[in-house]
Design a binder for this molecule. Sequence first.
Ligand SMILES: Cc1cc2nc3c(=O)[nH]c(=O)nc-3n(C[C@H](O)[C@H](O)[C@H](O)COP(=O)(O)O)c2cc1C
Length: 148
Amino acid sequence: MLLAHVVYATITGNNEELADIVAESLEKAGVQVKETEISQTDAADLKSSDILVVCAYTYDEGKMPEEGMDFYEDLQELDLKGKVYGVAGSGDKFYGEYYNTTVDHFDEAFQQTGATRGSANVKIDLEPYEEDVEKLAQFSKELVAQAS
Ligand SMILES: Cc1cc2nc3c(=O)[nH]c(=O)nc-3n(C[C@H](O)[C@H](O)[C@H](O)COP(=O)(O)O)c2cc1C
């Protein structure tokens, strides 16, 4: 059985909602899922899962979640070859060039670990609507297909 770890960073709940949607989609595909908040997550814990997902917000013109910096820094030091990862985020298009930049930073961090991107990054504008739920379900399916 495949194991997945979904990590989220949230202030107002949108990214937790993204994480819940991804977790539910993965579970539907028969994957066993662990979902944790970023400041409560030891990056090294990712080594015990096959599929790794981060859903995190962007603040103050391109700033990453402060409470996730330990996780972010430790993540880059890991060897995650053979693992499949995906990154999603809820931001706000109002912020233009800074829209969902945290998603790109986590993607780069995972690239450093040698893990394989199983699906394109998903950037969502504010709370997830029906079409976003679809996108996240597709994202989850692709991660499972890549890991299988
Ligand atoms: C002060 C402030 C600054 C923000 N800066 C950005 C930003 O630079 N880029 C972005 O995409 N979204 C930005 N946002 C929007 C949030 O990322 C967006 O509301 C997101 O859905 C919040 O996620 P959460 O509900 O998981 O906390 C900002 C929001 C606030 C209140």
